[in-house]
Design a protein around this ligand. Sequence first.
Ligand code: UDP
Length: 345
Amino acid sequence: MKRKTKPLPSRAPASVVTSAAGFMAAHASRITHHASPTSVVTGAAGFLGSHLVDLLLARGHKVIGIDNFVTGAVDNISHLGGNRAFKFIEQDVTEFIFLDGPVDYVWHFASPASPIDYLELPIQTLKVGSLGTHKALGLAKNKSARFLLASTSEIYGDPLVHPQREDYWGNVNSIGPRGCYDEAKRFAEALTMAYRQEHHVETRIVRIFNTYGPRMRLHDGRVVPAFISQALKQRPITVFGHGRQTRSFCYVSDLIEGIYRLMLSSYDQPVNIGNPAEMTVLEFAREIIRATASRSKIVFRPLPQDDPRQRQPDITRARKILGWAPEVPLTAGLVKTLEYFRSKV
Ligand code: UDP
């Protein structure tokens, strides 16, 4: 079995400021909670996975992180070196996951997650969404742990219903360039529900909308790192199409808080987590130029195939069930994100 512990440089763990004590008290879970629960996070070295690990450690979990570094980065977790509550296993989660000892929560975050990644790694994207989800669910079943699937707004495809509610079934092109990601995540949702039904695994599904913040990969092609690095280098900002397509951007700390609340809730249907503040890509480009005080000009490039024309989460369910709504406005989130990118560009 290809598994090895990754040595990490020794530094103090990042502190994460959170405020979920009240929520936890109000949502007693059905599974037994240990004083210090054990969480397994797949994709722990990724953008979202690593922020989740920080939050779990700050809330007293022991964390076992798994990643094969296909799109994750050691830098995202190197601050955890020497933290005895954190263990790291370098492994592809499509292979059997063997772990000693009890596990209370499995958070399945491993996946390439940008359109450029899907183009380069279509088979790995399909495998981690299908075989990887199967292995992660198998681990949860074996340990009687609760399982959370990191699903995506992409399961709505190029949506014909706006804003997107969880009961919308989506409009996905299975054979288009995004099909490998969208269909893998749709399969992952179906498998998660099957494990709940047939094996009585406690499951949660979060549908994650566009998220930004420190630790995004500089060159992953997504709009936030692309525009920020172009603006910081005074290069043209590449708006695809006419820039009339819309997105809504959620700051990473808001997103992770919502996901944490979902795991601790007793709700087993999918929940959208994202920021409903919708804007066009062209407006977003102007916002980045303003925030960076850049001299960059906007240029227009062809719109990629199947690029969703509009996207905005309906978060009524998250508000009602989790008492959650995003708190960080774009301007504040961008300040923190820019700080990070300035140190990397
Ligand atoms: N986009 C753009 N220029 C870029 C990168 C992306 O105009 O350099 C657009 C892209 O076409 C999409 C939106 O920004 O409409 C968000 O793209 P991203 O790749 O971040 O993720 P998506 O929401 O499409 O999954």
